[in-house]
Design a protein. Structure first.
Length: 309
């Protein structure tokens, strides 16, 4: 028998038997869980919001970063790290208008760029892909690429340092849920047969090595396989919703890396049932750090919709 059906489900005191619904009068609900939102969990029904502290002092104090105040063009014009551990590095990168004379090859991990502002195209040895605000651009580890910006481009960058980024398991929803894999775009070759001096900046362990080639690194005339740069726009993400149950953040998982996930909180209807929580439930997610990046993207859902990624 599946172990989830034999776990003890204790109920003590005033409590709801359905998570996130029909809370005892005068209480707020807090989820205390393990393994993200898939492991053992209990729901504590409190008289006060668990975030109602008067002060917090120490390394666990919540932090807000204002990327508008970051230059993001330091360190040999590579992404500026904001947060990092052995599994993932989160950075901010600004690319000015134009095409740099050099190319980047990230040897540290797969790079996922979220285009916060700007448009242009990302040029890769597989071929180019156009980009605009709201695009996810997934560049596999070791892929030579550069940004040719038509307008100033701001990139929220996530690097998977321990292994590859992949698509999540949709489980009971089926493989076409959230977004159909057919909407993912990959590049067509655009070969360059040019002689000269071409600089490739290789990023490894956060440091840059420069390699000079006597030929253009985008000399690929064709490719085949299941590894390539990929483009996905947030408009193509179709969130799962429920009128009678507030779904956990994990329901919006877009990409998965070893030890972390990337979720897209796209606009969606509120829950309609008056007994159900309409806001993210308080949760003590003890095995994961949580980082929210808020971006305003014009979309088919509504102009200027606010999205957290």
């Amino acid at each position: 028998m599946d172990e989830r059906f034999v776990r003890p489900q204790w109920v003590r005191g005033r409590a709801s038997r359905q998570a996130h619904a029909r809370l005892p009068e005068g209480t707020v609900e807090e989820e205390h869980g393990r393994e993200g939102f898939s492991g053992p969990a209990s729901h504590l029904y409190r008289l006060h919001a668990p975030t109602g502290w008067v002060s917090v002092d120490g390394p666990l104090r919540p932090t807000a970063l204002d990327t508008r105040k970051l230059d993001g063009t330091d360190r040999d014009a590579t992404p500026l790290p904001l947060l990092a551990n052995h599994e993932v590095r989160v950075s901010w990168w600004r690319r000015p208008v134009g095409t740099p004379s050099w190319f980047l090859r990230d040897a540290d991990g797969d790079a996922l760029y979220l285009v916060h502002e700007g448009e242009g195209r990302i040029e890769t040895e597989y071929g180019p892909l156009p980009y605009r605000a709201g695009d996810y651009l997934l560049v596999p580890r070791g892929t030579t690429h550069r940004f040719a910006a038509v307008s100033p481009t701001h990139l929220f960058t996530i690097e998977s340092l321990e292994g590859a980024l992949s698509l999540p398991d949709r489980g009971l929803l089926g493989r076409h849920a959230l977004f159909d894999p057919a909407v993912l775009e990959v590049p067509e070759p655009e070969p360059h047969d040019e002689a000269g001096e071409f600089e490739v900046r290789i990023m490894r362990a956060g440091e840059v090595t420069r390699a000079l080639y006597p030929f253009h690194p985008f000399d690929v005339v064709g490719w085949k396989g299941d590894l390539a740069p990929v483009r996905l726009h947030v408009d193509d993400f179709r969130p799962v919703v429920s009128a009678r149950y507030h779904l956990p953040p994990s329901a919006h998982t877009t990409f998965v890396g070893p030890g972390f996930v990337v979720a897209t909180f796209a606009p969606r209807p509120f829950e309609e049932d008056s007994d159900v929580l309409r806001v993210p439930f308080f949760h003590r997610n003890t095995d994961y750090d949580e980082v929210i990046f808020t971006t305003g993207v014009s979309s088919s859902v509504g102009p200027g919709s606010r999205r957290g990624c």
